[in-house]
Ligand binder design. Structure first.
Ligand code: ADP
Length: 620
């Protein structure tokens, strides 16, 4: 929407969501007002990169010879600042469509949720939201953006806004290419109108911008590409700062690789493994990757062809002279150079992880807890590294403490001599898994059971199937030996058992695949296990989440014939009395087992029946 205000000035309303966003930003960012500078400088740096890239193939632009740089002028007296770049600039359309809108639709919801829970927006994350420019309204009441696009014959425009509800655009007289942002600081932020303060913020956040930055005409940054230096020359702090700069992260990385590869493929690279995964909505790694440089010139940000999807948590840069500068996405996708680089990086990263797993368990486990879910998916995509990836898997287990991780190798080394298979159980939490009656047999017999707590496990484990010649089987399906030999608990006689099983089958009828005497139950009266054709129960739950009409397969009900409740039922059956109570109990036992398995659908019946049974049990 726009109104003509004067001959060449038009007034525009922000979209409703933009207003909300501005409000949220201003109220969330007040603990880190200085991030405005990082965001503006990083926008300038992006704009400069775009021009540099364009100039490789096409010099037909406005001010083709202008130095690529960022010029900052601070005036203490006027409490003002201007940040000017010779970047790609913006056309009028771009001012309207890029500066006044939220690029990422998830952003607003995320911010709203944050506000509802009363949590603070992390100032360090603002750059990842695609709304960095607006942080400027933290420190000022009005901003002017004067810009001229690099396109030949472009006009220049002034965009002015108080950040509340609207902005105006008018033609201006800027004669050179690029963008100039100027404003006065609010009284309470006048501390920023200071050369030293601005320089120190730039040192902290923008030291690695690879265009010169001048503050009141003095150059303040060092634009040597870090990855071109020798390993010995680089200090740890420099690496950490560089990581923070390229990743928008504010914590130190867990580790890094500095590669200088020469031979049939040539490249230099600095690769970081972050110390934590980003918040869940950004766990979409689809479009994040390493940045691709050709001889120090950035040619592709987040070049997704540089690393396989399962390593997309990596951050860093790759610089190669083996690619032409004006390479397009289509070319990189199928280029043998890229494939070679990708293979080298993949194997170097796996080597580093193996080294951690070998020598620094704690570090490796931290990595695995953060990125394991994504990393594991390599098992069903990267077959050439399958064996290595399998060794790098970790799980909690019935023998690990809460949060402690075990490898398949450690599991097999600790297997009992008579154990033939590797057992697992899946579930949403350790607590739930440990209450599962099907585990009783394994605990009692001291068989270790792996806990698949991550839903991804169920997708990737079928690709492994076995380890060290031992099948990996769900405890619901594992072949188990009869415990009764060494168990002195008294069980029902065979005919009593047969009769009771028959009665159960009659009552439950179509609801079960079968009812059998259990070999695995120790303390619980009954449990359900997966039938012959059934999928893993956890897998079924996932299918159900994805497909509303998905029906869980029928279960086999196992009953524990040494349990007092089951014995009582047998007596009740033989006595031929109160068969109503007997049938209700049978239904209740079955539903209770489904409940623990997480697949009971009719909770209302379950509770109603419970009331009836209690009533019958308490009748005088
Ligand atoms: P982001 O930079 O994450 O996309 P911003 O809100 O900071 O989000 O900026 C929105 C858009 O405005 C940018 O994507 C870019 O198209 C444009 N823009 C901002 N600053 C500049 C600049 N200095 N030069 C050219 N374009 C810019």
């Amino acid at each position: 929407m726009s109104n003509e205000v004067s001959a060449n000035q038009q007034e525009f309303e922000f979209k409703a969501e933009m207003k909300q966003l501005l409000n949220l930003i201003i109220h969330s960012l007040y603990t880190h007002p200085e991030v405005f500078l990082r965001e503006l400088v990083s926008n300038s740096s992006d704009a400069l990169n775009k021009v540099r890239f364009r100039k490789i193939t096409d010099n037909n632009i406005i001010s083709p010879d202008a130095e690529l740089k960022i010029n900052i002028l601070v005036n203490k007296e006027n409490k003002s600042i201007t940040i000017e770049d010779t970047g790609i600039g913006m056309s009028k359309d771009e001012l309207i469509n890029q500066l006044g809108v939220i690029a990422n639709s998830g952003t607003l919801n995320y911010l709203k949720a944050l506000k509802e829970t009363g949590k603070q927006l992390d100032a360090n994350l603002i750059g990842q939201f695609g709304v960095g420019f607006y942080s400027v309204f933290m420190v000022t009441d009005e901003v002017t953006v004067d810009t001229r696009s690099a396109e030949p014959f472009s006009k220049s425009y002034k965009w002015i806004s108080k950040g509340e509800t609207s902005y105006s655009i008018e033609e201006s007289d800027k004669d050179s290419r690029g963008t100039k942002i100027s404003f006065n600081f609010k009284e309470e932020f006048s501390e920023f109108a200071d050369e030293f303060r601005i320089k120190s913020i730039l040192k902290k956040y923008s030291n690695f911008v690879d265009f010169p930055i001048y503050v009141n005409n003095e150059k303040v940054n060092n634009i040597d590409a870090l990855w071109h230096k020798n390993k010995e020359e680089i200090k740890d702090e420099e690496l950490n700062e560089f990581y923070k700069f390229i990743s928008n992260d504010y914590t130190e990385p867990l580790g890094h690789l500095h590669l200088n590869i020469e031979g049939n493929i040539n490249f230099k690279s600095l690769i970081f493994i972050p110390s934590s995964a980003p918040p869940s909505m950004f766990r979409d790694f689809q479009d994040k990757s390493l940045h691709l440089y050709s001889n120090k010139v950035l040619i592709q940000e987040n070049s997704t062809d540089l690393i396989p999807e399962y390593l997309r948590f990596l951050r860093g840069v790759v610089d190669t002279e083996d690619l032409p500068l004006n390479v397009s996405r289509e070319v990189t996708q199928n280029s043998p150079v890229m494939i070679k680089i990708k293979n080298v990086i993949t194997s170097k990263v796996i080597n580093l992880l193996e080294e951690w797993a070998d020598k620094d368990n704690e570090k490796y486990d931290k990595f695995f807890k953060e990125f394991g879910s994504l990393f594991k998916t390599g098992l069903n995509s990267d077959f050439s590294n399958k064996d290595k990836l399998t060794e790098l898997l970790r799980f909690e287990s019935s023998k690990s403490a809460n949060g402690e991780l075990r490898s398949l190798n450690a599991y097999v080394a600790a297997m009992k001599p008579d154990q033939k298979e590797i057992y697992y159980i899946s579930g949403n939490s350790r607590e739930l898994i440990e209450k599962n009656p099907n585990l009783e047999y394994f605990l009692k017999n001291d068989f270790e059971v792996l806990y698949f707590l991550d839903p991804v496990d169920l997708f990737v484990m079928p690709y492994i199937f076995e380890y060290d010649g031992k099948k990996i089987v769900s405890i619901d399906k594992a072949e188990i030996e009869d415990l009764s030999k060494d168990d002195n608990k008294e069980k029902l006689e065979k005919t009593q058992t047969d009769n009771l099983l028959l009665e159960f089958k009659k009552v439950l009828n179509e609801q079960v695949e079968d009812v059998v005497e259990s070999k695995r139950l120790v303390d619980s009266p009954a449990s359900v296990v997966v039938g012959k054709e059934g999928l893993d129960p956890q897998f079924e739950k996932m299918m159900k989440m994805m497909e509303k009409d998905f029906k869980a397969s029928k279960r086999i009900l196992e009953i524990n014939t040494s349990h007092l409740l089951i014995k009582n039922l047998s007596e009740l059956l033989e006595s031929n009395k109160n068969q109503e109570l007997l049938h209700k109990c049978i239904h209740q036992i079955f539903d209770g087992a489904l409940l623990i398995d997480g697949i009971l659908t009719n909770h209302v019946d379950y509770v109603a029946r419970n009331t009836e049974i209690l009533t019958l049990a308490t009748k005088k």
